[in-house]
Design a protein around this ligand. Sequence first.
Ligand code: KG4
Ligand code: ZN
Length: 379
Amino acid sequence: MIILAIETSCDDTGIAVIEKKNGKLKTLASAISSQIEIHKKWGGVYPSEAKREHQKNLIPTLKKTLRDSSLLIKGSLPKPEKVNEILSREPFLLEETEKFFSKHKIGKIDAIAVTVGPGLEPCLWVGINFARTLSLYLNSPIIPVNHIKAHILFFLLEKEKIKFPSIALIASGGHTELVLMKSLNRYEVLGKTRDDAAGECFDKTARILGLDYPGGPAIAKEASLWKPQTSKNFEIKLPRPMRASANYDFSFSGLKTAVLYDFLSRTKREQKNRDYIITMAKEIEDSITDVLVFKLKKAIKSFGAKTVILGGGVTANKTLRKKVRQLRKDFEKTEFLLPPFSLSTDNGKVIGAAASIEKKRKKQEKVVANANLKIYDKL
Ligand code: KG4
Ligand code: ZN
């Protein structure tokens, strides 16, 4: 089975071709168009602008993926009648798609996978409408994919089976959740953030400090420069929000406020002082990763997890990975699965991986976006 997978839930346009053969997955090709340079200006993602960029990026990203997987064939395909209606809100994409199919055909694709939620609604719709269009041109069914599940199921690209119960920590720009998995299809949310997501906290505090978007990598870079003498003039101790709470919930908006208050209490000269920025970045990174790892440890213990899975953009954080490696030593019988950096942040491969275990196929008209989709929702 060959799956063409599409991801557009936030600011990355990702397309991948995944092959499933004898239960094993193989990536035939994968391409990502990042919009970071566009969103840097604003220090965050504007959905309408992100939607416009997805429209521009989808056909070039598709072409690259198809070329790399030898599925791009010279020729042409007739335009199905309903395409004008499906892409009526994406006129640029409609035009580009028409041009594409006037010169190309596509090799055999058995299903088209697409993220239907959670995510930014306008962005989800571009991906879905593009998938619906391809589904008509290629006469292939669609597999709707839950974005959070995809962040967890990255491991299917590397191994077929894991042991249950399993605990998954998803930490990204939009989500922070601890999930109990009893099988590949049974998910229970143990706790989640009550306000900002972990990645959002990195992004917002980076902005306060005048660092680039996305804030996670920017803060991590500053924090990596820290040495004990860096902090000699700056004593900063941020809270570890909800660490002492009896549940598995998180809260990061108070941390952001604490950073803002500290920043505002400093003189202009101090605010720009490199040692101040580095000390603060380190403390932010430590606070966020401490809380994540603390609650993860509690969940592993309580549920006797046989497997621990980490997913989402924040799991690219080296300090977090170091703390998780440390945690591993306390649970020798538990298998820990961390995504390689390329699979931490949004991409098409994990969407294809999540689709590979779904039996349900849908006709294009039945596929809709759900910005608030929950991990346990049926699709
Ligand atoms: O999973 P993802 O690509 O998109 C969402 O589904 O949200 O995650 C993006 C988030 C951003 O908030 C970004 O700042 C954060 O992941 N991130 C990091 C790192 N790399 C990306 N956070 C901390 N350290 C990193 N190295
Ligand atoms: Zn994501």
